[in-house]
Design a protein around this ligand. Structure first.
Ligand code: ADP
Ligand code: MG
Length: 227
């Protein structure tokens, strides 16, 4: 049987409507279950790559495929469904809802995606994740009353609670102390392994790179695309 990559970018080019930044990726493939670190200087396009994979940014040319889905061909509603079904995204700026408590933020996907059912099993999983992240006693607080590191852990729990097959983590350990960093990274790796999920993680922690199967260096990627 033919082996398929989980993520495939082919002849992708992208630019924001405002600003001069352009990203072109002739070919990039990531296997199912792979644990991949994305490194590179600030502004080199790491977040943009994650957004392209998640269908939050649409390439001008080329295609982005995740599993059997050509993400770049979907309309807005189908892209939202695809993200809800497949992707857990830990955003660099957390993107928590201030009007909701930490606990409600973790369960946010179940508020906005009709196909997701919030049942006792999900609530239990949310609590287990919060316990593993050391924020179980903070679930009644709003994001404004949490430290950056606590907010980050809420965002991580929210990304994992739906058991996604692809975890996108954008500097997900950036605001954590060294010990918590290791706990959170262990959790991300353990969940990815349990679910057979791929993990694509932007990181600046070069001492953590040896834990990944592969490192995509954005400086290299972009150099390779200069024609
Ligand atoms: P990184 O995550 O590697 O720091 P980004 O992917 O966030 O880099 O950004 C790549 C480049 O695109 C940067 O020069 C940034 O300023 C620019 N950029 C990011 N978001 C936008 C936007 N919404 N509009 C215009 N330019 C943007
Ligand atoms: Mg970024």
């Amino acid at each position: 049987m033919e082996r398929r990559e989980l993520i495939q970018l082919q002849d992708v080019s992208f630019g924001y409507p405002q600003g001069a930044f352009r990203l072109s990726i002739p070919a990039l493939a990531i296997d199912s279950g792979a644990r991949v670190a994305v490194v590179g200087p600030s502004g080199s396009g790491k977040t943009t790559l994650l957004n392209l994979v998640a269908g939050l940014a649409i390439p001008e040319t080329g295609s982005v495929t995740v599993g059997e889905t050509v993400v770049s061909d979907l309309n807005d509603a189908a892209r939202r469904r695809f993200r809800a079904d497949r992707i857990g995204f830990v955003f660099q700026n957390f993107a928590l809802m201030d009007y909701l408590t930490a606990g409600e933020n973790i369960l946010y996907p179940y508020r906005i995606v009709r196909s997701l059912r919030l049942d006792a099993g999900v609530r239990k999983r949310a609590l287990q994740l919060a316990e593993a992240c050391g924020i179980a006693d903070k679930l009644d607080r709003h994001p404004g009353a949490l430290s950056q590191g606590e907010q980050q852990r809420v965002a991580i729990c929210r990304a994992l609670v739906t058991r996604p097959s692809l975890i996108l983590a954008d500097e997900a350990t950036g605001n954590l102390d060294p010990e918590t960093k290791v706990v959170i990274l262990d959790l991300l790796f353990a969940r990815a392994a349990e679910q057979g999920a791929a993990l694509l993680a932007v990181t600046h922690d070069h001492e953590l790179l040896q834990r990944f199967d592969r490192v995509i260096d954005f400086a290299d990627l972009r150099q390779a695309t200069v024609s």
